[in-house]
Design a protein around this ligand. Structure first.
Ligand code: AN7
Length: 350
């Protein structure tokens, strides 16, 4: 017996064509981790959980959508897939394409992808192309290429990506017994917030499980949905969400509004401070994944009343994806001679 992958578990709830195969790395089933100390730090009076999506097979939530998109493409007889990516989509597409025996081509913005993601894409055997431009430029290119060649596009413009990604909502409902009052998560290309809303609304229509208010959080230097216009030169330490023209921006704004929530921005300093707070409670996420909670912290500080609520923060990617985000802030290493008195001396000094 193995744990089922997401398609095996949820197929009747997913709107996928009959030809869809089942290409799986047994993704999903990620833990919902209580964070009582962080909740107290944010003011207390509510229950806080992290849905730790970094524990998926390639280290991010992208695997949920990719099992669906690659399974559809493989079932249709496609031989190659392509995507633009800030890194996690690339690693996930590469892994699932490898699993299916397909070729993967990934376009990434040159010099702006965290090392763990780039290494993943290479390790899984993808053709990695660095674009002298932004993620948005790369997305424009892959859309055009997929229109003229027999190559399946597996960015979240692909509707099957959302079908897979909505399973995060199903899992949260299964664990809590109902939807949380509030769901906070980072927003980049805006696929994930759209997919989660699909999942929560679908389950509510079937089983009356309730709906969360959505708090989507962009990085302040890449916040088109907050500013109300595209950002030509997005910049943020959270390279995963360094996106200026979100493909599903309209859908995300509609979902946030329909839920009674909103989309806000958090500064790089706020994002890194939240990454540190999460790690101080044992959960190391990549910078982008701390954005949702950084936004929540700001909202509470500005007067948002969350008393009595259950809040889930989706932490989308593992800290190991972007070790440089830590090492470049690391203090100088403590070096000691290989003898006990030297170590005792160092420890005595605090
Ligand atoms: C860790 O990999 O867009 O709003 O190309 O890697 O659904 O785009 C990644 C996005 C949040 C934002 N957290 O999700 C890509 C890419 C992490 C991410 C997001 C991403 P969307």
């Amino acid at each position: 017996m193995t744990t089922p992958g997401l398609l095996a578990k949820y197929r009747p709830l997913l709107d996928l064509p009959a030809h869809t195969a089942d290409i799986s790395l047994h993704e999903g089933g990620t833990p919902l981790i209580p964070m009582p100390r962080l909740a107290a730090h944010l003011g207390g009076g509510f229950d806080l959980y992290v849905k730790f999506e970094g524990l998926n097979p390639t280290g991010s939530f992208k695997d949920r959508g990719m099992t669906a998109a690659i399974s559809e493409a493989a079932g249709r007889g496609v031989r190659a897939v392509i995507c633009a990516s800030t890194g996690n989509t690339a690693a996930s597409a590469a892994a699932y394409a490898a699993r299916a025996g397909l070729k993967a081509i990934v376009l990434i913005p040159q010099g702006k992808v965290a090392v763990g993601k780039l290494a993943g894409a290479v390790a899984y055997g993808a053709q990695v192309v660095q674009v002298d431009g932004s993620f948005d430029d790369a997305l424009g290119l892959v859309v055009q290429v997929s229109e003229t060649r027999p190559i399946a596009l597996v960015n979240s413009i692909n509707p099957y990506r959302l079908e897979g990604q909505k399973t995060a909502a199903f899992e949260i409902i299964e664990t809590l017994g109902k939807a949380p009052h509030r769901l906070c998560l980072p927003v980049g290309n805006a696929g994930n917030i759209s997919a989660n809303w699909l999942g929560f609304t679908q389950m509510h229509a079937r089983a009356g499980t309730g709906l969360p208010r959505l708090l989507g959080v962009q990085a302040a230097g890449a916040a088109p949905l907050v500013l109300g216009h595209p950002v030509d030169r997005p910049e943020t330490v959270a390279t995963a969400i360094r996106i200026g023209r979100p493909a599903r921006g309209e859908q995300a704004l509609a979902a946030a509004e329909e839920s009674g929530g909103r989309i806000v921005a958090a500064s790089d300093d706020d994002i890194l401070a939240m990454q540190t707070l999460l790690a101080a409670e044992g959960v190391w996420v990549e910078p982008a994944s701390a954005a949702g909670l950084a936004g929540l912290k700001n909202e509470i500080a500005a007067g948002l009343d969350v008393q009595g609520e259950t809040i889930v923060a989706v932490c989308t990617g593992h800290g190991l994806k972007d070790p440089d985000a830590i090492t470049r802030r690391m203090p100088a290493p403590q070096v000691v001679a290989a003898d006990l008195p030297a170590l005792e001396g160092l420890l005595a000094g605090g």
